[in-house]
Design a protein around this ligand. Structure first.
Ligand SMILES: [Zn+2]
Length: 119
C-alpha cells in the first residue's frame, strides 16, 4: 500500500491510479481520501466520524468525476488520518451499506432507469 501526496489517497500498485505519480510509504498523520459523497451524506459521515473521535477534514468539489459526474451537486471529499483510516472505512461501510441506504431510499421522485456503474 502506497500513498500519493498529490491526491492524498492510498493505493495498491506502483503508481497512483488518479495522477500516475509515484507514491511513498504512508506515514502517521497523512490524511487519506476516505470517500467522496454529496453534501448531505458527507455531513452524516463527518458526524459519525466525529462521534468516534476521528478527526476528519472535508473538501468541497464541483464538477466531480466518476459516478457523480452526472449529478448536479456539490461533492465533498473526506480525508482521515492514516492511523484512523481502517476504523473510518468500517464506519463508512456501516453508514453506507446497501441495507441502511435502502431503508429510506425512496424519495418518490425518480422513475427513470438508474444505471449501475461498477468500477
Ligand atoms: Zn495521485
Amino acid at each position: 500500500m502506497l500513498y500519493c501526496t498529490r491526491c492524498r489517497m492510498l493505493f495498491d500498485g506502483n503508481t497512483c491510479p488518479e495522477c500516475s505519480s509515484l507514491g511513498r510509504n504512508p506515514a502517521p498523520g497523512d490524511f487519506c481520501l476516505l470517500t467522496q459523497q454529496p453534501g448531505i451524506f458527507a455531513r452524516m459521515l463527518l458526524d459519525v466520524l466525529e462521534q468516534n473521535g476521528i478527526e476528519a477534514v472535508s473538501q468541497a468539489t464541483q464538477g466531480a468525476t466518476g459516478i457523480f459526474s452526472n449529478m448536479n451537486m456539490e461533492i465533498h471529499k473526506i480525508y482521515v488520518p492514516l492511523e484512523r483510516f481502517k476504523q473510518a472505512e468500517e464506519l463508512r461501510d456501516e453508514l453506507f451499506s446497501p441495507e441502511s441506504v435502502a431503508e429510506d431510499g425512496d424519495d418518490g421522485g425518480t422513475e427513470e432507469n438508474e444505471e449501475e456503474e461498477e468500477p
